[in-house]
Design a protein around this ligand. Structure first.
Ligand code: CP
Ligand code: NVA
Length: 308
């Protein structure tokens, strides 16, 4: 069974296959309508169930369009509207039922453990559509977006500013190890990456710099990334966290310190005026809308890889 739960679960070779297939498929459908199927319809007659424990715009839309473009279909299940490990049905039984009905499951969950547990009971693949610990589909799609703009990411320098201890930064560290790029994280000590991911980074020889100086974080950078200062379900004092993160805002002055051809990325949704200024996110270096579109293309490739 091929699940897609964390970037660190997979070999560099498999991850590269996924990105390269996404590029080829995207190119091969130039001029097609947005939801028209690819010529080979590899997902024809198949379907995907999606469960969202947290809100989503992009993941919800892009997986649905991905299923359609692969020639299949998707169904969104509201966890409050189904027997999902509560009431008189166990999570195991819900998983058994989904195995009978669909070919693949995508889960967005507040607890990473739910993914692992649900995955254990399913006899079909499961894809992580964001958990508290990782957001692998977003980072895979960001690799695709980077490479479309600036060529191979291997050997390049990516900067991450702001919250260094969230799902996105964890997946980015894993990607740095797998795709062999340099990663510079600019964050306050309080929001630095956790011990577990740092241990993984060390074991996997990730070229990682963690600094409390935003200028150092963007030095020689080819790509500057940030994310919401307060993630969904982040149980912190928002006001205090935002105050501590303020010096790590991505603004024009900071972008000027990166390489001149550096791009700006944000997975969205965005806290305009907080982690990034309007000038940067709406500016020439920003690729955020293409990032959102590329979720479709990267995820098609992930679905296909899981089912191959
Ligand atoms: N980037 C991302 O996952 O967006 P959504 O929360 O809208 O799905
Ligand atoms: N870190 C953010 C990502 C949103 C796509 C969150 O979990 O809310």
């Amino acid at each position: 069974m091929k699940n897609f739960i964390n970037i660190s679960d997979h070999s560099s070779i498999d991850l590269r296959v996924i990105i390269d297939e996404a590029k080829i498929r995207k190119l091969s459908r130039k001029g097609f309508n947005k939801s028209a199927p690819d010529d080979d319809k590899p997902f024809e007659g198949k379907s995907m169930a999606m469960i969202f424990e947290k809100p989503s715009t992009r993941t919800r839309m892009s997986f649905d369009i991905a299923a359609k473009q692969l020639g299949g279909s998707s169904i969104i299940l509201n966890p409050d509207g189904i027997h999902y490990g509560k009431g008189d049905e166990t999570l195991k039984d819900t998983a058994k039922i989904l195995t009978e009905y669909v070919d693949i499951v995508m889960l967005r969950t507040s607890s990473h453990k739910n993914l692992e547990e649900f995955g254990k009971y399913l006899d079909i693949p499961i894809i992580n559509g964001l958990s508290d610990k990782s957001h692998p589909c977003q980072i895979m799609s960001d690799i695709l977006t980077y490479e479309e703009s600036n060529g191979s990411i291997t050997g390049k320098t990516v900067s991450w500013l702001g919250d260094g201890d969230n799902n996105m930064s964890n997946s980015l560290i894993e990607a740095a190890g797998k795709f062999k790029f340099n990663l510079r994280i600019g964050c306050p000590k309080k929001y630095a990456p956790g011990k577990k991911i740092l241990g993984w980074a060390k074991e996997n020889k990730v070229n990682l710099l963690i600094t409390q100086k935003p200028d150092d974080a963007v030095k020689n950078s080819d790509c500057v990334m940030t994310d919401k200062w307060v993630s969904m379900n982040d149980k912190v004092n928002k006001k205090t966290k935002k105050k501590v993160l303020k010096p790590f805002q991505v603004n024009k002055k900071l972008m000027k310190k990166a390489n001149s051809n550096a791009i700006f990325m944000h997975c969205l949704p965005v806290g305009r005026g907080e982690e990034v200024t309007d000038e940067v996110i709406d500016g020439k270096q920003s690729v955020v809308w293409r990032q959102a579109l590329n979720r479709v293309h990267a995820q098609k490739s992930i679905i296909k890889w899981c089912l191959d």
